[in-house]
Design a protein around this ligand. Structure first.
Ligand code: ADP
Length: 221
């Protein structure tokens, strides 16, 4: 599903990520843990194809058997929109749009038909238990609900892999547990893979795989 070899990322000649090899299989919940500044967000962004790794000849990144380094920018943007979903800590919902409109935005970008999308978004909202909120403005719903809407938005294109950067970092313990349960349910029901930067020990303990980063390197173990 994801195979990476010799991934390095430097900023101003400072190496912040130095990974020899990563393999992530289908239907896995993978936690990326480690202290602040260890390179977690950088790793998530490189694996999520949002940030390019340093260019050197041994480096390789394959996602869904496709060589990311061989794609043009245009092809990569389409690949990302179709196969990858993203959830951020601060959900990034747009207050100018209601909940269901926020959810279908990534699909409108992919030129899909609006009526079909509204139906699909409604189905997703039902699964996430927030269908009653569909015409609400994001300003008027709680933090836990906003994060569920962000999850719904990440699912609209039925991505194979969902990347999440501290998705529960801003939630209380109960809402965090609920969100994590939802990830496992989606893994079980739809076979999706989740790659999650988290400080939440409860989540990393029950994950299928943990990548522990220290100073940009994965620690054995
Ligand atoms: P973490 O997510 O574990 O807190 P990050 O991946 O955000 O760590 O950052 C790792 C290191 O890379 C830090 O030292 C950070 O300052 C540096 N860094 C991250 N992004 C940039 C950037 N765009 N420009 C320069 N330095 C960066």
């Amino acid at each position: 599903m994801i195979e990476a070899e010799k991934l390095k990322k430097s900023y101003n000649e400072n190496v912040v990520l130095d990974i020899s090899s990563i393999k992530i299989r289908e239907s896995q919940i993978v936690s990326i843990c480690g202290p602040s500044g260890a390179g977690k967000t950088t790793l998530l962004s490189v694996l999520g194809t949002l940030v390019k790794a340093d260019n050197h000849k041994e480096q390789s990144l394959k996602i869904l058997n496709q060589d990311i380094n061989k794609m043009s920018l245009n092809h990569l943007a389409k690949f990302r929109n179709k196969h990858l979903g993203f959830i951020f800590q601060f959900h990034e919902l747009l207050d100018e749009f209601n909940v269901i409109e926020n959810i279908i935005i990534p699909s409108l970008i992919a030129n899909k038909e609006k009526k079909m999308l509204l139906k699909k978004a409604t189905e997703i909202l039902k699964i996430l238990n927030i269908v009653d909120l569909k015409f609400n403005n994001p300003k008027n719903i709680s933090g836990g609900e906003k994060q569920r809407v962000a999850v719904a938005r990440s699912l609209i294109n039925s991505p194979s892999i969902i990347f999440a950067d501290e998705p529960s970092g801003n939630l209380d313990a109960k809402n965090a547990d609920e969100l994590h349960k939802l990830f496992f349910r989606l893994r079980d029901e739809f076979g999706q893979t989740f790659i999650i930067v988290t400080h939440n020990e409860k989540l990393s303990k029950i994950s299928d795989k943990v990548l522990k980063l220290v100073d940009g390197k994965i620690q054995a173990g």
